[in-house]
Structure formats: C-alpha cells, structure tokens
Design a binder for this molecule. Structure first.
Ligand code: AMP
Ligand code: MG
Length: 422
C-alpha cells in the first residue's frame, strides 16, 4: 500500500486547508433560482427572503376556551363577588360571526376563534363557575382577568404582512416550512440543486458484492461520495467506476460534463505521485494539482472543466471522507446559496491520546461516548489512528476531530474540536 504521499512533483504547490477552500469557493457561485411548492422546498436553500403574505395571527383570536367579555364588566370579579353575564353567542373555531356585546353580555368562545370586536378580554372556562355545562345562557365569572386584553392573541403580533419570515440563504426544514405556511405562503424561491457526477478510478476496484481476484479490492468510494453529495443537497446524476486508463477516464468525464451537464464532478484516486495516476494524467494541465497541509487527504486536485467544477480527491476511503467534509460539502452548500457553509464545532475532551503530524491539520473520523449526557468524550473511530486505509473503522464514526497544524500530540482529557457528521 502506498499512503497518500505529498505531491513533490513538478508544478505542485503547498496550501493550507483555508487557502485551498478559498480557491474552491472563489470558483463557486450559487445555482439559479426556481420556484417550488413548500412541500418540495424542504432541504433546499432560499434564493430570496420569504415575506409574510398575511398578518400572523390573521385576526384577534382567543388563546383559551372560555368567554369573550367586556373587560369593564368583570374588572372586579372574584370568588366573593362573582359577576353574572348573559351568554348571547357561541363562537367555535372557524366561525365568522362577530356578535355585538352589550354591557353585561358575553360570548362562549373556543381557542383560535375570532374574538368579537366588542370584547376586550377572554375569561378561561376554569374561571366560570360550573364550566361550560353550567353556562349555556348565563356565566358566573369568579376571577378578574389579569389585564385588559387578557387571553387575546392580537392580529399580527407574531409577524406583519410584508415582514421577513426568513432571509435568503436559509435552509428550509420542517419548522421553516411550517412558518411559511402559517404566513400564507405556498411557494418559495430556492436554488437549483447542484448536479453531481461521481467517478471512482482504479484498476484494482471491483464491485463489492462479487468475488475478488488477487489484487482486487471492494470499491467503496462511490457509495461514500454519492450518498454524501445527496445528503449535502445535490442531485447525483451518475456514479461510475473506471480503470486507470486515460481513454476510459476521459470518456467518463466527457459524459458527465457534456452529456449529463454536471455542475460538479467528484473523482477519487489517481491524483498523487505514483505511476498510474489517471486523473493527473488526463487533467494535469487543465486543473490544479496541489498538496494541502492536511492529513489524511494531502494530494488534492481542483479546477474547472467546461461548465463543471472538478474535485480530484485522493483514493483512500478515509482521505475521501475527510476531503469531502473539508472541501466538497462547503462547495455544494455554496452552490445552493447556503449562508452557513461551515458546520458547528463542539469542544469535547479526548477519551484517549494520539499523535498528529506537525504542520498538517489532522482530520480524524471519531466516535463519541455519550454515556454521561453532561460529559461527552471523543476518540478516534479507526483502530490505527488516522491511517487513511482503515476504511472499515468508518462504520464507527459519527463525527470527526480536527487537530490544528501546530499540535503533535493529543493527550487524554485535552479539549478537541469535533464536528458531527449528519
Ligand atoms: P490512489 O490515490 O488511486 O493511489 O488510491 C489510494 C488508495 O486508495 C489505494 O490503496 C486504492 O486501492 C484505494 N482506493 C482508491 N479508490 C478506491 C475506491 N473507489 N474504493 C476503495 N478504495 C479505493
Ligand atoms: Mg488509484
């Protein structure tokens, strides 16, 4: 096995993770917008702010089941001096009635029903002697409302028609969609999903379910990349595996970029300094091949081929997983117009110690010990630390740790930066 080695070959430059990401993001602009129904908007990113079409709430309505009253009638009511009011109307939720209330009159009202224009408070049914059963024609109020307007939800108190409910760049989740629906909005402008083609390269790769002849290994990067891209909001338009053969790789690339109109092509393998580096051989003078100060994932390629952004990731599955998180995911989010490109970072104590190569930012697939909910801790998911060939350990990973360039040893108990994987 040859590790992902630094690209010391001609034409290579060394970059920090930030520098490489900056080059990528500078080449990335948000996809065009399209209008979609709310039901189709979840998971997509707003291309324009969503403005309320109506006031929320839409009309003054009752916060309680009870009686709509004139506040002055009951301002002094209590258990010793209860106030009796005539019940002149019944207002269930959905009722359009607006009964006039003369002094001494009340309307039975249910939660969410429009409060009569003449009413200035709602008495909860708990404050009516005998409840609804005893209040068909008259209600005995045994407690004063805490203030004028008590238990009335005012029109527009949440948001006014025309006001912003969410800004452009927001990802629409179930709660956002519900807020838009409550604001009278049924369609929103979202960015088009990026179209991604995934190409795995390597003459050693064989389909995972079959038998393997000597030298062959199960192909695992394409499922990793295709599903990661989908989770990051992309439409995966093709998933291909090609041998280390220039013509085969060129054909896959042309198919992805020209026939399928991919916005992004993500390749794995064939970018480092070995003898059969098909991505480097075909694209060597069309995109940049660089060495990034990270481990794993040091050899990286990036550039534009026709209308597509091409990410040439190294081949080792752990390198692929970490390169995806460092570079491809933020780019896919930027293509969707997402305002937050970077995931939240937790600081957790390391459960064990490990070493990290100085001068490289280390990305370590990790698992989290949650036994004590108030004291999570984190440790590498792969037995051999960050060894980038230890792919089966990925099964235990639910997060990754990022160790800064200037740290060579993580000690048990050190606080480290942790990013949860979705
Ligand atoms: P490469 O960068 O092409 O030299 O690949 C580095 C290592 O990753 C080699 O050990 C490859 O066998 C392995 N590898 C490359 N592509 C894949 C893949 N699609 N699935 C599993 N392992 C891979
Ligand atoms: Mg290879």
């Amino acid at each position: 096995m040859r590790p992902d080695s630094p690209t010391s070959g001609a034409g290579s430059t060394r970059r920090t993770v930030e520098e490489h990401l900056a080059v990528i993001l500078a080449a990335t602009s948000a996809s065009p917008a399209e209008s979609v129904l709310l039901a189709d908007a979840v998971g997509r990113t707003l291309a324009a702010p969503v403005l309320a079409r109506v006031d929320v709430p839409l009309f003054d309505n009752s916060a309680m089941d009870g009686f709509a009253v004139r506040h002055a009638d009951v301002a002094d009511a209590d258990a010793e001096r209860p106030v009796t009011l005539r019940v002149v109307a019944d207002i269930p939720a959905g009722s359009p009635v607006d009964p006039p209330l003369a002094p001494g009159e009340a309307a039975r009202i249910m939660t969410g029903a429009p409060v009569p224009t003449a009413a200035s408070a709602v008495i909860p049914v708990e404050d009516a002697r005998g409840g609804f059963a005893a209040s068909a024609t008259a209600v005995v109020v045994t407690a004063r409302p805490r203030s004028e307007g008590a238990h009335i939800r005012r029109r527009g108190e949440d948001v006014r028609a025309g006001a912003e409910v969410a800004p452009a760049g927001t990802v629409v989740g179930p709660l956002q969609a519900a807020a838009f629906a409550a604001s009278g909005v049924d369609r929103v402008q979202v960015h088009r999903n990026p179209r991604v083609a995934v190409i795995s390269t390597g003459s050693e790769l064989a389909p995972t379910g079959g038998d393997f002849t000597r030298g062959q290994i199960p192909e695992s990067n394409s499922i990793l990349l295709a599903s990661s891209c989908r989770q990051a909001g992309a439409d995966v338009v093709s998933v291909t595996t090609v041998r280390d053969d220039d013509a085969a790789f060129s054909a896959a690339l042309v198919h992805a970029t020209e026939d399928l109109g991919a916005d992004v092509v993500v390749t794995s393998g064939g970018v480092s300094a070995g003898a059969y580096e098909v991505v480097r051989s075909v694209l060597g003078d069309r995109i940049s091949f660089v060495s990034v100060a990270m481990q794993p994932g040091e050899p990286q390629a990036f550039g534009r081929v026709g209308g597509a952004l091409v990410f040439g990731l190294p081949g080792n599955p752990v390198s692929v997983a970490m390169s995806f998180e460092a570079f491809v995911r933020p780019a896919l989010l930027a293509l969707q117009g997402r305002s937050a490109l970077h995931p939240p970072v937790l600081r957790l104590p390391a459960a064990t110690g490990w070493r990290s190569k100085e001068g490289r930012r280390q990305f370590v697939p990790a698992r989290i010990d949650r036994d004590d909910p108030s004291r999570w801790s984190v440790q590498p998911a792969t037995a051999g630390g960050s060894g980038s060939h230890l792919a089966a350990g990925l099964a235990r990973a639910e997060a990754y740790v990022v160790v800064p360039e200037d740290v060579s040893t993580v000690h048990a108990g050190d606080l480290v930066d942790v990013v949860m994987l979705s």
